[in-house]
Design a protein around this ligand. Structure first.
Ligand SMILES: Nc1nc2c(ncn2[C@@H]2O[C@H](COP(=O)(O)OP(=O)(O)OP(=O)(O)O)[C@@H](O)[C@H]2O)c(=O)[nH]1
Length: 538
């Protein structure tokens, strides 16, 4: 029963490829599956009908190893039997169909010296006919073709190979299990079933007896669709979180000129990415730097200092001179950067004016931070040693009263980039001290990242939802919303069951495109996008 179902799926998948896009499975493909260069071992993977022929040509005197068991063999040149290519290679044979590609697979684990690898790779095409080096991603394409993986799994495989940070890896493995594909497929079948029932009712209700009235049936389907819509919204939300992990969290550093934005960014990224100078307005354009902060990929943007009219009138001794055209453009870009960022750090500083010490900040930067998904406020130059209790209390009030959303990520952090830059007296002290309290900023950032990307334990699979899947899910959601609009009778208008059923079909098609069960044209488009990132040997 299972076998015939699997065979049907496989045949259907074969039909989905046009002749130009289908992998030529009559060819046997091979490739180095480990990285290029000198290594302890190198793995050559072979897939296709000529696996046994290749084995016999390379190891003429020894029987084929037991399936899935590793055996040591000497590899010989297929045309010069006395030439040994590798005296001790490990061979694994996986017979079709339950293999990574769905075909016969042979793995040669050879010594990883470049000459050995080159020698083995060069003789494989001599072992039989229609044997060639694999195209990028061809092993995975064959796995899809033979229904061993769905497209959601292939995307997560691609993400797993690309993962550079711990959090990217965590998001990628969530899609590997196939759970996402099973959910999409279950939803699709549910929609097709509902559509079938509605259509049967339209076609036959007049001459046959049905247990359910058309209204009851539409009501039941409506309840199902509403349920599914809730789940789809959760999946769309999950994808936004996983995108933050996958593509990195964008952080904009905002504040007036000279408060220490470049100094803070350099300290966090650990290098002189941005110019630090006592001259106000040094940073005119966006300076960006990417780094891994405790497993999270982040992209920091140092921006031009804001000088708005409000702060100019309040702190006339710091805001001297009119704002020129270049500075204006810098501020415009900073504003745009802030709007595109996931997290905004507003930097203020302790300054001493003619009337004594004060906290120098720019109100527009606070407002921009309030509209960001996450924000934090940092006060720099806390090394002045001045008593600022009163000013701090007033500043807190500005934040909590005028921009209450800003307080959601916690209290103000006071730091000193200057003290952080002065090397502590000894190595031991360096290990234990953080004189400028820069680590407080880093810890608060990590806390914010975790809140922005966190999902309940039972929803962790949603971290595997990719941007491509999200777009199709949102199209699916729109069709389901259209179904709801169409299926509900309003005053003066009867529900149109035919149109409603069509919306269910469109919604089901979107789900089919996620897993690769769509129509031929769709699948080929999607394959192009999904496979373009794959390397040879995968
Ligand atoms: N006292 C003191 N000075 C600091 C501190 N951090 C930075 N500075 C000084 O403040 C000045 C401005 O620092 P930057 O990091 O260039 O400030 P910025 O906000 O990037 O400046 P713009 O590029 O003009 O917007 C430099 O002279 C720094 O040495 C600090 O914690 N304490």
């Amino acid at each position: 029963m299972w076998k015939s179902a699997a065979r049907r799926t496989s045949l259907r998948r074969r039909r989905l490829f046009s002749s130009s896009a289908a992998p030529n499975v009559a060819d046997t493909i091979y490739a180095l599956s480990t990285a290029q260069g000198r290594a302890g071992i190198a793995v050559v993977r072979i897939s296709g009908p000529a696996c046994l022929e290749i084995y016999k040509a390379l190891c003429p005197t020894k029987v084929l190893p037991k399936p899935r068991y590793a055996s040591v063999r000497t590899l010989y040149h297929p045309q010069e039997p006395s030439t040994v290519l590798d005296s001790e290679a490990l061979i694994l044979h996986f017979p079709a169909p339950r293999t990574v590609t769905g075909e016969d697979v042979l793995e040669l684990h050879v010594h990883g010296g470049p000459a050995t690898v080159k020698a083995v790779l060069s003789v494989i095409p001599l072992c039989g006919r229609q044997i060639r080096y694999a195209d990028p991603g061809e092993f995975t394409k064959r796995a899809f073709f033979h229904d061993r993986l769905d497209l959601a799994q292939i995307e997560s495989l691609s993400d797993t190979l690309d993962a550079e940070t711990e959090q990217q890896r965590r998001a990628a493995v969530r899609g590997n299990s196939g759970a996402l594909g099973r959910t999409y497929e279950a939803w699709r079948e549910e929609l097709l079933q509902a559509r079938g029932e509605i259509e049967a009712l339209i076609d036959f209700s007049e001459d046959q007896h049905f247990d359910e009235s058309p209204t009851d049936l539409l009501d039941n389907v409506t309840a199902q669709v509403e349920d599914m819509l809730r789940s789809i919204k959760a999946y769309e939300d999950g994808s936004q979180r996983s995108e933050l992990l996958r593509n990195g969290i964008r952080i904009a550093l905002l504040g007036p000129p000279n408060v220490g934005k470049s100094s803070l960014m350099n300290l966090i990224v650990g290098r002189e990415a941005s110019i630090v100078s006592g001259e106000a307005g040094t940073t005119r354009d966006i300076v960006e730097a990417s780094l891994d902060i405790r497993g999270y990929l982040c992209s920091f943007a140092d921006t031009a200092g804001f000088r708005s009219d409000a702060s100019a009138s309040e702190h006339s001794d710091l805001n001297s001179g009119p704002v020129g055209a270049v500075e204006k453009e810098g501020i415009r870009r900073a504003r745009q950067k802030a709007e595109e960022s996931d997290l905004v750090i507003v930097l203020a500083s302790v300054e001493v004016g003619t009337d004594g010490p004060f906290i120098y900040y720019d109100k527009e930067t606070l407002k921009l931070a309030a509209t960001a998904e996450s924000a934090m406020v940092v006060i720099n130059k806390a090394d002045t040693g001045l008593d600022l209790e009163e000013q701090l209390a007033a500043f807190r009030q500005v934040i909590s009263q005028e921009i209450p959303a800003l307080t959601k990520t916690g209290d103000l952090i006071t730091i000193s980039c200057k003290e952080a830059r002065v090397p502590p007296p000894s190595t031991a002290a360096r290990r234990h001290r953080d004189p400028g309290r820069i680590q407080d900023v880093v810890s608060t950032l990590v806390h914010a990242f975790s809140a922005m990307t966190e999902l309940p334990v039972d929803m962790q699979d949603l971290l595997g939802v990719t941007e491509r899947q999200r777009q199709l899910l949102s199209q699916c959601r729109e069709h389901l919303e259209d179904y709801l609009a169409e299926s509900q009778a309003e005053e003066g208008r009867e529900a149109d069951a035919v149109l409603a059923a069509e919306h269910l079909r469109y919604a089901a098609d979107c789900l089919a495109r996620i897993t690769g069960k769509g129509e031929a044209g769709d699948v080929e488009d999607v394959l192009g996008v999904v496979f373009e990132k794959f390397c040879v040997g995968k």
